[in-house]
Design a protein around this ligand. Structure first.
Ligand code: AMP
Length: 281
C-alpha cells in the first residue's frame, strides 16, 4: 500500500492506472477510521482494481463554532486499518495544497442542501461538495463509495455527480452500528463510557419508529412524539435539533409513512452533535 501526499503524484498514479485499464475506486474520509469506513473500503475493493482512500479533515465543511480543531486523528492507525481492509493508495493531501490562501471556487447543490443538516449547518454541504468535486478531479474515479450514515450528504453528492456529469458509479453503503445499535462515528470518541450509553438515544428513537411502523402506525406526528419520548427516557437533557420524515430522494417532508420514507434525526449529546437515520418500510 502506498501513501501519497502530493496532488500531482496522486493525479499521476490514477492516470497511469486508468491507462492500464484499471478501475479506480474512491473512498473519501476525514480519518480516525472505524468499521463503518472500512466497510466502504471493502466495498470499493470488490468494485474496482485500485482502491484510493483519502484522509482529509476538510475545513470548508466545519462552521467556526464546530470541532475542526479537536477532530480526532490517528494517521498510523488509519494506514494499518486501510491496508488490512484492502486499500491500495491512501491520499493525505495538505490543507494548503487543497485550499491555498487565494482559494475562491466552491460547488453548491442548491435545494437539497437547505433542509435537515443544511438548516442547522448552512455552509456545511458547500464544503462537502467542493472537496468531493476536487477529489473526483484529482483521482478521476470509476466508482466512489459513501455511507448511508450521512444520508443527506449521499443524496447531495449523488446530485452533484449527476449534475456535473462525472462518469462515476455512485455507491451508498449501509450504516455500520455498534453491537448496541449506536451508529459508528469518529465523534463517538468524544464520549466517556456513561455518555456513550446516553448516545444510544438516537438508535432507541429510530427503533421506536420502526416498531410503530411495523405495528401499522403511519402518522409521522404520532411517531415523532414517541421518538422524542424515547430520547428523553435515555438522556433527559438531550438537545433534539430535528426529527424529520422525508421522501428518500427529494428530502421533501411527508406526513404519512410510505415505502420511500426515511426518518433522520440530529441530537446533541453532551455537546456532541450526532446524526442517524433509518428507512422505515
Ligand atoms: P467521515 O470520515 O465522517 O467524513 O466519513 C467518511 C465516509 O464514511 C462517509 O461516506 C460516511 O458516510 C461514511 N461513514 C461514516 N460512518 C459510517 C458508518 N457508521 N457506517 C457506514 N459508513 C459510514
Amino acid at each position: 500500500m502506498r501513501t501519497v501526499r502530493s496532488i500531482r503524484t496522486m493525479q499521476n498514479v490514477c492516470r497511469e492506472a486508468t491507462a492500464r485499464g484499471k478501475r479506480i475506486g474512491l473512498v473519501p474520509t476525514m480519518g480516525f477510521l472505524h468499521e463503518g469506513h472500512l466497510s466502504l473500503v471493502r466495498r470499493a475493493r470488490k468494485l474496482s482494481d485500485l482502491v484510493v482512500v483519502t484522509i482529509f479533515i476538510n475545513p470548508a465543511q466545519f462552521a467556526p463554532n464546530e470541532d475542526l480543531k479537536k477532530y480526532p486523528r490517528d494517521e498510523r492507525g488509519d494506514l494499518r486499518k486501510i491496508r488490512d481492509a484492502g486499500g491500495d493508495v491512501v491520499f493525505i493531501p495538505k490543507r494548503e495544497d487543497i485550499y491555498p490562501d487565494d482559494y475562491e471556487t466552491y460547488v453548491t447543490v442548491e435545494k437539497l442542501t437547505t433542509a435537515l443538516e443544511g438548516a442547522s449547518r448552512p455552509t456545511h454541504f458547500r464544503g462537502v461538495t467542493t472537496i468531493v468535486a476536487k477529489l473526483f478531479n484529482i483521482t478521476r474515479p470509476d466508482v466512489a463509495v459513501f455511507g448511508m450514515k450521512d444520508y443527506q450528504q449521499a443524496i447531495v453528492l449523488r446530485q452533484m455527480t449527476k449534475d456535473l456529469g462525472y462518469p462515476v458509479k455512485f455507491v451508498v453503503a449501509p450504516t455500520v452500528r455498534e453491537a448496541d445499535g449506536l451508529a459508528m462515528s469518529s465523534r463517538n470518541k468524544y464520549f466517556t463510557p456513561s455518555q456513550r450509553t446516553e448516545a444510544r438515544c438516537l438508535f432507541f428513537a429510530l427503533r421506536t419508529a420502526r416498531e410503530m411502523v411495523k405495528a401499522g402506525i403511519a402518522d409521522c406526528r404520532k411517531i415523532e412524539k414517541e421518538m422524542r419520548a424515547a430520547i428523553k427516557a435515555t438522556y433527559p437533557t438531550a438537545g433534539i435539533d430535528y426529527i424529520a420524515f422525508t421522501e428518500f430522494s427529494t428530502l421533501r417532508p411527508v406526513q404519512e409513512i410510505r415505502k420511500d420514507t426515511i426518518v433522520s434525526l440530529a441530537v446533541k449529546v453532551h455537546g456532541v452533535r450526532l446524526i442517524d437515520n433509518m428507512k422505515l418500510l
